[in-house]
Design a binder for this molecule. Structure first.
Ligand code: CMC
Length: 433
C-alpha cells in the first residue's frame, strides 16, 4: 500500500504521498502542498529538500556509503580507471571492451582545441585564476560546436554521446591551457599516444624543448583522484548544472555554470583552502592545537577546512581511500617530512577526539587529503579546484542528461518567503530624508 504523510494546516488535513527510492530512502511529495494549503516549504540551504529523482549516485551519509550507478566507490577505486568510470556515470553501465575502445578513441580524437580558441586564452591577464578561465572557455567551446549546443534539448540529446566525449576530453586540454595561460607559458599540444592522465600532465608540464614524462605512480594517483571526484549526487555545483539545464540550456553552458559553483571554498575550493590553512598554521608556529581550539568558535573564517559535510555524518569514504593512496604515493615519490603533512595529521587526530567535532559529527572530507596529494604530485595550488572540475565532469554530464530527458521536467524555480517592506507609496526626491 502506498504510504502517505498527514499534514494539518489551519484545521485542514491533507495526505501527501511518500516516494520511496531504490535504497528505501523516503521523501514526502509536496508538489500539491501549495495548491491544497496555500503554504510552501521553507528549507534554508535545501538540507531537507529532494530536488529530483536520480539514478546516478547513491550516498548514505550516516553509514559512509558512496556508489556510482550501484557500484561501491571502493570497488571502482580498486579496479576501474577514471575513463571507464566516466563512461559508467555518463551512460549508466560499465562499458564492454569495444565500447571502452570507442570511448577512448573519441577522447583521443577530441583532445585538441580549435586554434581560434588559443587566441581567446591570450585575452586573459597572466595571473588570472584558472577556474575563471576554465568556466569562460567551457562556455566558449559551445560556440565552436553550434550543432552540439543548440539549447534545444531534443537536438542536444541526439548528440549526447558525442558531446559528452568531447567535453570529457577537451576539459583536460582547456584546464592545462588555462594553467599555461595563467603563467604566460606556451601551449603544449595533446599527444595521441598518451592515456588520459599522462596526456594531461604532458600538456601541463612539458616544454617545447623538453618533454615531461609522468611517473606511473603520479599518473595512477591522479587517475584515482579524478575517479573519486567523478560524481557526488546533488551537491552545489551539480544542482547548479541541473538548474541551468532546466531552462533548456546546452551541456556546454550548464557545465560552465557548474565550474563557477564549484569554485567557492565551501565546495571544490576547499582543497586549496586546506593548504592555505595548513600553511598559515605552519607560519604561526602552531602544530594545529591552537587552530582546532579556534575552529570551535564556529565562525566561517575559522572553520577547519576539509572537515565536515552536509551529507556525511561519518568518515567520507573518499577521504579514507585518498588518505591510503596518499601514503603510498609519498613513499613511491620518496617524499619525506612535509611539515604541512605533520600538521594535517595532528589536526585530524586532535579533531577526531574533540567533543565539539564529535558532537557535530565532523569528520575529514575528501578535500582534507586531496590538496596534500596534489601538492605531492607537483600540481600548482591554483589548479587544485580545476582538477576537481575535471573529475566532476562525468557527474555534471549525467545529471544534465537526466534533466534534459525528463519529458515532464519543469524549469527549476523555487519560491521564497518575502520579508521586505509591505506596500508603501513612492516618494518624490525632495521628500526623502
Ligand atoms: N569547522 C568547524 N566547525 C564546523 C565545520 C568546520 N569545518 N563544519 C561545520 N561546523 C559546525 C558549524 O559551525 C555548525 O555548528 P553549530 O551547530 O554549533 O552552529 C555545525 O558544525 C553544522 O555546520 P553547518 O554549517 O550547518 O553544516 P553544513 O552542512 O551547512 O556545511 C560544510 C557543510 C561542508 C560547508 C561545512 O562543514 C564546512 O564549511 N566545512 C569546511 C569546508 C569544506 O571542507 N568543504 C568541502 C566539503 S567536501 C567537498 C564537496 O563536496 O564540495
Amino acid at each position: 500500500m502506498a504510504q502517505s504523510a498527514l499534514f494539518k494546516v489551519d484545521n485542514k488535513e491533507i495526505a501527501l504521498p511518500i516516494i520511496v527510492g531504490s535504497e528505501n530512502e523516503k521523501a514526502i511529495d509536496v508538489r500539491n502542498l501549495r495548491a491544497e494549503t496555500g503554504c510552501i516549504t521553507y528549507d534554508d540551504g535545501y538540507g531537507n529538500t529532494g530536488s529530483c529523482l536520480s539514478s546516478v549516485t547513491y550516498i548514505d551519509g550516516e553509514e559512509g556509503i558512496l556508489r556510482y550507478r550501484g557500484y561501491p566507490i571502493e570497488q571502482l577505486a580498486e579496479n576501474s580507471s577514471f575513463v571507464e568510470t566516466a563512461y559508467l556515470i555518463i551512460h549508466g553501465e560499465l562499458p564492454t571492451l569495444e565500447q571502452r575502445r570507442q570511448f577512448s578513441l573519441a577522447l583521443t580524437e577530441n583532445a585538441a582545441i580549435h586554434s581560434g580558441m588559443e587566441h581567446l586564452f591570450e585575452g586573459f591577464p597572466s595571473g588570472a585564476h584558472p577556474m575563471a578561465i576554465l568556466s569562460a572557455m567551457l562556455n566558449s567551446l559551445g560556440c565552436y560546436y553550434p550543432h552540439l549546443a543548440t539549447n534545444d534539448h531534443q537536438r542536444d540529446l541526439e548528440n549526447y554521446a558525442q558531446t559528452a566525449a568531447l567535453i570529457i576530453s577537451k576539459v583536460r586540454t582547456v584546464a592545462a591551457y588555462s594553467y599555461r595561460a595563467s603563467r604566460g607559458l606556451p601551449y603544449i599540444y595533446p599527444r595521441r599516444d598518451l592515456p588520459y592522465c599522462e596526456n594531461f600532465l604532458h600538456m601541463m608540464f612539458s616544454e617545447p624543448y623538453q618533454p615531461y614524462v609522468a611517473l606511473p605512480e603520479v599518473a595512477a594517483a591522479l587517475n584515482l583522484f579524478l575517479l573519486l571526484h567523478a560524481d557526488h549526487e546533488q551537491n552545489c555545483s551539480t544542482s547548479t548544472v541541473r538548474m541551468v539545464a532546466s531552462s533548456g540550456a546546452s551541456l556546454f553552458a550548464s557545465t560552465a555554470a557548474g565550474v563557477c559553483a564549484l569554485w567557492g571554498p565551501l565546495h571544490g575550493g576547499a582543497n586549496m583552502a586546506v593548504i592555505e590553512m595548513l600553511k598559515s598554521i605552519h607560519a604561526e608556529g602552531d602544530d594545529g592545537s591552537k587552530f582546532v581550539e579556534a575552529a570551535k568558535s564556529g565562525t566561517a573564517d575559522k572553520r577547519l577546512m576539509g572537515f565536515g559535510h552536509r551529507v556525511y555524518k561519518n568518515y567520507d569514504p573518499r577521504a579514507k581511500i585518498i588518505k591510503k593512496s596518499f601514503y603510498s604515493a609519498l613513499s613511491s615519490l620518496k617524499i619525506k617530512d612535509d611539515p604541512l603533512l605533520n600538521i594535517a595529521m595532528h589536526l585530524e587526530e586532535a579533531a577526531l577526539k574533540d567533543d565539539y567535532f564529535l558532537a557535530r559529527k565532523l569528520y575529514p572530507n575528501v578535500d582534507f587529503y586531496s590538496g596534500l596529494i596534489m601538492r605531492a604530485l607537483g600540481i600548482p595550488e591554483n589548479m587544485f579546484t580545476v582538477m576537481f572540475a575535471i573529475g566532476r565532469m562525468p557527474g555534471w554530464i549525467a545529471n544534465w542528461k537526466e534533466t534534459a530527458v525528463n519529458p515532464k521536467g519543469r524549469i527549476y524555480r523555487p519560491r521564497q518567503v518575502y520579508t521586505g517592506p509591505t506596500k508603501r507609496d513612492y516618494l518624490p526626491l525632495h521628500q526623502r530624508k
